[in-house]
Design a protein. Structure first.
Length: 87
């Protein structure tokens, strides 16, 4: 059994002509299920504006630079639910 983490196509790596999970080197199972997503990408521009207008928002400055770099790298939406557990 793998990690059961959500992986996008760009998260996978090629091994012996197949796209596999980089953590377990196994081909992932494709499933379809209904999920609720948090639209983090909707907040990217507002967060950039907040950080520009409030340079002391996060301290120390090194952590502030990490936060800005993370946001500038592009925020992606993520699932906050699962339709069912298969344990």
């Amino acid at each position: 059994m793998g990690c059961e983490a959500f992986k996008t196509e760009k998260d996978l790596i090629e091994q012996n002509g197949e796209m596999v999970c980089p953590d377990h080197l196994k081909k992932p199972d494709r499933i379809s299920e209904k999920n609720w997503f948090f639209k983090l990408s909707n907040y990217q521009d507002k967060l950039k504006e907040l950080y520009t207008n409030n340079p002391d928002f996060v301290v120390p400055e090194t952590r502030f630079n990490e936060v800005k770099s993370f946001v500038n790298g592009g925020l992606i939406d993520f699932s906050v639910s699962r339709e069912s557990n298969k344990f």
